[in-house]
Design a protein around this ligand. Structure first.
Ligand code: PEP
Ligand code: MG
Length: 883
């Protein structure tokens, strides 16, 4: 078999399509060679050889030696020097190169082929004795470290001592004789450590380095990295052996790394660093401070040292041409390594450059505008999840920050405001126009109003799926959760952390994208929603089939969602409206009432409030469908939980404390999520749903009358398990609609449908579709009930389940396709069979998750619905799924 592929000179056996066989580096070196770029000649030993080597119990196939000799002959032919020749030696580099770049692998050995004799030849041919001995000592150091396994500290220490003895600070101040002495010192150290001398034979050196590359494939570090990144062990690594070029041959030599566009902003400008008279590792190692590539970058940074554009103008122009050629050729931003040897440019590597979300967006849109890629490709190149980072205000990266602790980055974006420690204070102070940050040990549904009033939320307890995290993400509020080092003292209204104290009212800043908590205000920068972002979204909208709606119940969230392109509301959770301080009293009165008559009295107080909510939402969403879900949570959620609240609530509700206590005890449930909630409330207390339906239809008629806009209410019944439940609730809704239409002398179109969030409902979809005009998959509850895992408590053990591969991803984040997915498939099929016009959507958290959206596209659902800030993510993900 062919184990060795040549590149450079006039012979490139490989190309960019051969990454699997040649690794990324080898394939791209061959590609650059074949398109005429200056690549030092070399050869690649394939990844297949790596596999064969391990298959055979760590022995090489017998043909390999001859092929390597031929490969060397290729290099020698092009360069005109001979490997191991004492008079004029060929030196090579040896580098690993897997399919994807992989930390943990042996990286590089430079200057291989030097020994006590060839170093003299190099000194003579280069005319630079100091350079030759410096190269030799670098080689001994690198080879001993990566091939012989000696600690590089050994050599660094010797170098430091040598510098001290000479009274100099910089390597560059050492003379040829100093390096010569150091080489002797290094070699003695190797022999003392290993009991044998440093290898002098060039062939032995080469095979040693090749063996070290293959050996490093099975190193512990590489194994760990592969596991974390799902890289199969069977892939193997390639080895690249390449003629050395020297960036350290004086002032006309240099070495550098560059990106063809700015990897952090995406700006279309070359971005990079270089060093004159240096070898590759000097740039990365931080021994000397690298200089800017372009004059513009140098000036912007206010740096003095000449940029490459200024110091080597001709070579710079040549390099810039190569950048453009590579970008056109690869049709992507490239990350490049190069060396200049005595004025001659050499390319050492090119690959697709890593970039930030912001840069990914800008580069994709720019390249499509430049005609380099198609809009479809631009759509596919941006990771939808990464858009999240771009939609929120972010901290000004140049502003100073006084970080006091770090928690979990629970909901992205940054916010500053006065510290407050309870939700009522948050609401009161924000009502007075103040920005506040709500700081709690943890949050509960009673904090909704405070969370809404706050610019950001900080909690001491709770993970990424805690109440605070989920609700904050839904509202688009920045949130840092689980900042365990903070201690909140409610008596003195202070927060203590790492010896610092924050009093109520002190300004704090949180960064929900990093988890950082800071004292004081840090300026933020607003996201740019027009421009590149808007352009990409336009393209995505022309490609997607799925509609994208939003889960929202406040006017603010509705407006945000429309601004982000929501095409309707897929879920308006009406219970959130009941927590409002002004209404909770009437809600409690309704719950505490002894009979239907009492309940109706309380409901009559809620009716105008609820009508006002819906009117505002219908106005904002004019022309778009609005799905309103009738009351869902168990009633005890509205009653007080803490002892100290009973008195106050009893007083404001006008009942005795004892009555309140008794009723609370009566409503207690061991398993409230499987208890008296959803349509079960409507079955027991139809008057609640009747009030809500009335509020919906009265509001719809009002808005239609006033503005003439098409208002399309979709009334949704939660937690249905049987067709009969829906039949009963639909009767209440239809009856109420007719009553309102008669009273108002006006009718309008509306739909009645149900959530599918219980396995039984999915299975009995055929009968349920007989009553329902639409299904909305409530995948939060459907996941909870299908998997039998409590969505509120799963955080404690789901991590283990994901670690052990039981579920590939958190099933509350990304849909469990095999289980929950099959239920959806069954429900969609049976529902559509019974009613071909049945509208299908999803409104669980999964509606904003790209992988789940892909599943929904596969099921040909009509829409996905997600929190406002995820709307753009869903639009992009839906387009990617459709392409
Ligand atoms: C669901 O269960 O998926 C859903 C959207 O409803 P909620 O999260 O309000 O229970
Ligand atoms: Mg639900």
């Amino acid at each position: 078999s062919q184990w060795v592929y040549r590149f450079g000179g006039d012979a490139s056996d490989g190309g960019k399509g051969m990454k699997e066989l040649l690794g990324g580096k080898g394939a791209n070196l061959a590609e650059m060679g074949s398109i005429g770029l200056p690549v030092p000649p070399g050869f690649t030993i394939t990844t297949a050889l790596c596999a064969a080597y391990y298959d055979r119990g760590e022995v090489y196939p017998s043909e390999l030696a001859a092929q390597v000799t031929e490969g060397l002959a290729h290099i020698e032919g092009v360069v005109g020097k001979t490997f191991g020749d004492a008079a004029d030696p060929l030196l090579v580099s040896v580098r690993s190169g897997a399919r994807v770049s992989m930390p943990g692998m042996m990286d590089t050995v430079l200057n291989l082929g030097l020994n006590d004799e060839t170093v003299l030849g190099l000194a003579k041919t280069s005319g630079d004795e100091r350079f030759a001995w410096d190269s030799y000592r670098r080689f001994i150091q690198m080879y001993s470290d990566v091939v012989l396994g000696l600690d590089h500290y050994l050599f660094e220490e010797a170098l430091e001592i040598a510098k001290e003895d000479r009274g100099v600070a910089l390597d560059t101040e050492l003379s040829a004789d100093d390096w010569k002495a150091l080489v002797a010192d290094y070699k003695a150290k190797v022999e003392a450590e290993l009991g044998r001398p440093f290898p002098q034979d060039a062939g032995e050196q080469l095979w040693g380095a090749i063996g070290a590359v293959f050996g490093s494939w099975k190193s512990e570090r590489a194994k760990v990295y592969r596991k974390l990144n799902d890289i199969p062990e069977s892939w193997g690594t390639a080895v690249n052996v390449q003629a050395m070029v020297f960036g350290n041959m004086g002032e006309t030599s240099a070495t550098g790394v560059a990106f063809t566009r700015d990897p952090s902003t995406g700006e279309h400008a070359y971005y990079g660093e270089y060093l004159i008279n240096a070898q590759g590792e000097d740039v990365v190692a931080g021994i000397r401070t690298p200089q800017y590539l372009t004059k513009a970058a140098r000036e912007r940074a206010g740096a003095k040292a000449a940029s490459m554009e200024e110091a080597m103008p001709e070579t710079y122009v040549e390099l810039a041409e190569v950048f453009d050629l590579l970008e056109r050729h690869y049709r992507d931003m490239q990350d490049i390594e190069f060396t200049v040897q005595q004025g001659k440019l050499w390319m050492l590597q090119t690959r697709s450059g890593k970039r930030t979300a912001k840069a990914a967006l800008k580069i994709s849109v720019d390249m499509a505008n430049e005609g380099l890629i198609t809009p479809e490709e631009a759509i596919l190149r941006v990771d939808p999840a990464a858009l999240d980072q771009l939609l929120h205000p972010t901290l000004d990266p140049d502003a100073p920050r006084d970080v006091i602790t770090k928690g979990l980055p629970a909901s992205p974006g940054a916010a500053s405001g006065a510290a407050v420690f309870d939700s009522d204070t948050a609401e009161r102070r924000s009502g007075l126009g103040e920005d506040v940050i709500l700081i709690r040990v943890e949050t509960s549904p009673e904090d909704i109003h405070g969370m809404h009033a706050a610019r950001g939320i900080l909690t001491a307890r709770g993970g990424m799926t805690s109440h605070a995290a989920v609700v904050a993400r839904g509202m688009g509020r920045p949130c840092v959760s689980g900042a365990g080092s903070i201690a909140i003292d409610m008596k003195t209204r202070t927060m203590r952390v790492t010896g610092r104290e924050v009093q109520e009212g002190d300004i704090v800043t949180i960064d929900g994208s990093t988890g950082e908590v800071m004292i004081g205000r840090v300026p933020t920068v607003q996201p740019e929603l027009a421009g590149d972002f808007g352009r990409l979204m336009e393209w995505a909208d022309t490609k997607r089939r799925l509609k994208v709606r939003t889960n929202a119940e406040t006017p603010n969230d509705c407006r945000t969602a429309r601004q982000f392109g929501a095409e309707g509301i897929g879920l308006c959770r009406t219970e959130h409206m009941f927590f409002d301080a002004a209404r909770i009293t009437a809600v409690r009165e309704m719950i505490l009432a002894e009979d239907e008559k009492g309940r109706r009295v309380a409901l009559a107080k809620l009716l105008p409030e609820q009508r006002r909510d819906f009117t505002e939402i219908f106005e904002i969403m004019a022309g778009l469908p609005v799905t309103i879900r009738l009351l869902d949570p168990p009633l005890h959620e509205f009653l007080p939980h803490r002892e100290e609240e009973f008195e106050e609530v009893a007083k404001s509700s006008g009942v005795g404390v004892e009555t309140l206590r008794r009723r609370t005890a009566e409503l207690h449930e061991f398993n409230p999520m499987l208890g008296h909630r959803g349509c079960r409330l409507g079955v027991t207390y139809p008057e609640i749903y009747e009030m809500q339906a009335r509020a919906i239809f009265e509001a719809a008629v009002d808005v239609a009358e006033k503005s003439g806009a098409a208002v399309v209410p979709e009334v949704m019944v939660p937690l249905v398990a049987t067709a009969r439940e829906l039949e009963l609730m639909k009767a209440v809704i239809d009856r109420t609609a007719q009553a309102v239409f008669t009273e108002r002398g006006r009718t309008l179109d509306y739909l009645v449908g149900t959530m599918i969030e219980l396995p039984r409902a999915a299975l009995r979809a055929k009968e349920i579709a007989g009553e329902a005009e639409f299904f909305s998959f409530g995948t939060n509850d459907l996941t909870q009930t299908a998997l039998g895992i409590s969505r509120d408590d799963a955080g404690r053990f789901l991590g283990d389940y994901v670690d052990k591969g039981i579920y590939a991803k958190d099933p509350f984040v990304s849909i469990d396709v095999e289980g929950v997915g099959e239920l959806i498939e069954i429900a969609a099929e049976r529902g559509r069979a019974a009613r071909p016009t049945l509208k299908l959507g999803i409104c669980g958290e999964h509606g904003g998750d790209p992988a789940s959206i892909d599943f929904c596209e596969g099921q040909r659902l009509d829409y996905v619905s997600c929190s406002p800030y995820r709307v753009p993510i869903a639009r992009l993900a839906a387009a990617q799924s459709a392409l």
